[in-house]
Design a protein around this ligand. Structure first.
Ligand SMILES: Cc1ncc(COP(=O)(O)O)c(C=O)c1O
Length: 478
């Protein structure tokens, strides 16, 4: 028996596993989704979905400002995927650009050859960025963009300045590098993280100055320009200007995380533009993918980038990964950036955001016992409720005792579930402060959508705290 005959003797039969098709996925019922979610995705997360009533909803379609569920009910999206849906759901121009790219059978993975699409996207990002922020790294998530950002800064700062400063209540992602500068004990858990990090309070310029003064090994400072996960926390323009000056004085590189607050959300392309200053490195993701693709980008000042990776010897140290600059994702982002300007969405974010804040201030005046604070910039708005864990009416204490710990002192959970159930309105929580609802609707949001949201919220708040909590508990035990 020769070699070729021997090879044909090996068993090449492959048993097809029990697979579901795309049509099976489309037709899947809610109980089956729940079963698979529990079995193969995240059983613990389902617990929270159940608490909030999300488990009863199967989204069949999404367009513009709305999701549509299995019963054809429209759900107004004031959550916006934590800022990922600037263009709303399935913007027709983005859908069209993607279809065209597919029909033309274009190169998708851009590792071997250069890509005209990755090039155009890099050009657009440099064009949108002030100063010499013009060297681009493309990836597929905010975490990846932020990993690239801290790596380029660390290399440019050099081995004599290895320490990284970050802020209290920061969120920069969950991969190990950026987890090390993410200030959430839940996320950090007991992981072995990157050493040499120094935490300072957010918005306190003296703390930064003291840190820089006392430790010449500090080479990098990483800050969200507006803290999202921390509960929509802003610092003054003065703070950012002083930060720029201190970084220049002490030779520290400033990395601005704009993954959530960037891309027009604050009413400027980058939130740091409000202060008229330019960081050394920044990062975008979320809406950069047009709500259809997974795209993240790091943008660095040329000088910083060249120091880190500017020679043939260093060029591949952090070159794009397999899916960096992938064709259809780049097309999506190129179209998205064009739409951002063609449809004046940055301006709309500023003006509709102002209107939303104004209407929320009115509600605060009407419901002072519930709303504690309203804040934000553009369509990145925080609505903070009073913490009632200690002031809860006596009559509610026994029912509250039955609830999940996370919900006990937090009105947003109750209010969010009522908004969804009774008004078809979706809002989101905040990781570190459960009393804050984060409002990040698509940047296509109009005044009519703000009015729809405000009317719904007003109705729920007008029920009063006792009814809100009792209704919620009743829905849980049903
Ligand atoms: C400010 C900020 N940085 C980084 C990230 C991480 O992005 P991703 O979830 O795409 O990895 C997020 C995500 O919410 C974020 O808000």
């Amino acid at each position: 028996m020769n070699k070729a005959q021997e090879m044909t003797k090996t068993d090449t039969s492959v048993i097809r596993p029990n697979l579901l098709s795309v049509d099976d996925a489309k037709a899947m019922t809610l109980p089956r989704m729940t079963e698979i979610f529990t079995k193969h995705l995240n059983p613990g997360q389902l617990h929270f979905m159940k608490l909030l009533g999300f488990h009863k909803i199967k989204i069949e379609r999404a367009e513009g400002m709305y999701y549509y569920d299995q019963n054809g009910r429209a759900i107004l999206d004031f959550f916006g995927g934590f800022g990922s849906l600037a263009f709303g759901h399935n913007h027709p121009r983005i859908v069209e650009a993607r279809k065209k790219f597919q029909d033309e059978r274009r190169q998708e993975i851009a590792i071997a050859f250069m890509s005209q699409y990755a090039s155009a996207l890099a050009h657009n990002l440099a064009a949108c960025s002030p100063g010499d922020l013009d060297m681009v790294f493309l990836g597929s998530s905010g975490s990846e963009a932020m990993e690239a950002a801290i790596k380029v800064a660390e290399r440019a700062a050099g081995p004599k300045k290895p320490k990284i400063v970050y802020a209290e209540n920061s969120f920069h992602g969950k991969t190990k590098g950026v987890l090390s500068i993410t200030d959430g004990s839940l996320y950090r858990g007991e992981f072995k993280l990157v050493e040499n990090t120094i935490r300072v309070p957010f918005g306190d310029i003296d703390a930064i100055e003291n840190a820089f003064k006392s430790d010449s090994e500090i080479g990098v400072i990483v800050l969200e320009t507006i803290q999202g996960g921390g509960g929509i926390i802003q610092a003054s323009n003065e703070y950012w200007r002083k930060l720029r000056a201190l970084c220049d004085q002490y030779g520290v590189l400033w990395v601005a995380d704009e993954v959530q607050c960037g891309f027009g959300r604050s009413g400027k392309f980058y939130a740091f533009e409000h202060a008229g200053v330019i960081p050394d490195v920044t990062a975008l993701a979320k809406s950069l993918g047009g709500g259809k693709a997974a795209v993240g980008a790091m943008i660095a000042r040329r000088e910083v980038y060249m120091k880190a990776y500017g020679t043939p010897k260093t060029a591949m140290i952090h070159a794009m990964a397999t899916f960096g600059g992938i064709g259809e994702a780049c097309v999506t982002s190129i179209e998205a950036i064009n739409i951002l300007y063609d449809e004046n969405l940055i301006e709309n974010s500023a003006t509709t955001g102002d209107y939303l804040l104004y209407k929320l201030e009115e509600l605060k005046a009407k419901h002072p016992g519930m709303i504690k604070d309203v804040r934000g910039k553009g369509l990145m708005v925080g609505l903070e409720f009073h913490d009632f864990s200690k002031t809860v009416p006596v009559v509610l204490r026994p029912v509250l005792a039955m609830l999940d710990d996370k919900l006990k002192g937090s009105l947003p959970g109750f209010i969010g579930s009522h908004l969804l159930r009774d008004h078809g309105v979706l809002v989101a929580f905040t990781e570190y402060n459960r009393n804050v609802v984060r409002l990040e609707p698509p940047l296509i949001c109009g005044r009519e959508h703000v009015d729809e949201f405000i009317t719904a919220l007003d109705e729920v708040l007008s029920r009063g705290i006792v009814r809100i909590v009792k209704d919620f508990v009743k829905a849980q035990v049903k």
